[in-house]
Design a protein around this ligand. Sequence first.
Ligand SMILES: [Zn+2]
Length: 93
Amino acid sequence: MMPRPALRTRLRAKKLIKTPGGRLSLHVMKKKVGKARCAVCGAELHGVPTLPYAKFRNLSKTEKRPERPFGGVLCPECLRRAIVRAVRGGAAP
Ligand SMILES: [Zn+2]
């Protein structure tokens, strides 16, 4: 069973669905959206919505991530540590 050309990718999960008429039909599922995670420790980031890409795109910039340095990239604890290290003359995060 061959889906339409735009859906011929191995990146999306596929499922065989039985139609009411008894035929099998291949459904290509949407990609799952993962939660935003800290780039250093991998903790879940708050303030970053988990939405399908099409909906995430329609948000304003300020709705997509916290408005502070490294907002949406580092968790608050890792940011605090990075700032302290930078002030003390250590390497960048
Ligand atoms: Zn972190």
